[in-house]
Write a protein that binds this ligand. Sequence first.
Ligand code: BTN
Length: 250
Amino acid sequence: MDVRETFTMKHAVFFKEIDSTNRLARELAAEGAPEGTVVYAARQTAGRGRLGKSFYSPVGGLYLSVVLRPFLKNEDMLALTAGAAVAVHRALLDFGIRTQMKWVNDLFLGGRKICGILCEGRFSGSVPEFIIAGIGVNLRPDPGLPAELRNIVTDIFTETGLSIGEEELGERILFHLQQVLRELPEREFLPEYSRNSCTIGHRVMVVRNGKNCEGLAVGYAPDAGLIVRLENGSETVIRSGSATVLDGAS
Ligand code: BTN
């Protein structure tokens, strides 16, 4: 294990290969690792995605998990997750790249996914003891990309011709993550999240009361829940699961 402190936050550990940076960050946090502890890996063999899915993590991507110990409640988790997306969005803007954010925390470029984010917390009652923000960004093309992912994911080099290093992007993400945490109480990042959304204004399929239903995504609630106008004209706020965009990014 090669320990480096070249990033904004201290206590960074870097692995050439690991099963999941979120898994290790969670273990370290449970053992008392301080806020700002970061686990990086050049590739993951068992990267975790949202909703129990796996996250394909070959060489050529940035995979990082950071331990956060913010003062917030369970009901702030969705906004924190959206805020993490804004942090990556802002980090990429620093390199001149404007992404679009799909609710709740995927980033898209050229209509395909370039980043996934998984925020996991351990709670004591309704208060998190710690949160792990796990971020995976596709930087360079992967020659072994499975056929079933080719129309779904892309990478920064393919879309922009820019070669961005893992360390420089990691440093900018951590910088913006700290800023987003400061904005969390007043949700200052929400208008930016909304303006750069590839979900709002689109027809979506969401799961509501255990049933699939279609509607138009019309905006975000203050907690970053997705406001959907249903076929009968009523509006509902979706706070869990995912929204499949029916007429654009999937
Ligand atoms: C998703 O798209 O469903 C979320 C993917 C989150 C992937 C990142 S990569 C770094 C960190 N470690 C993991 O195992 N998952 C997150």
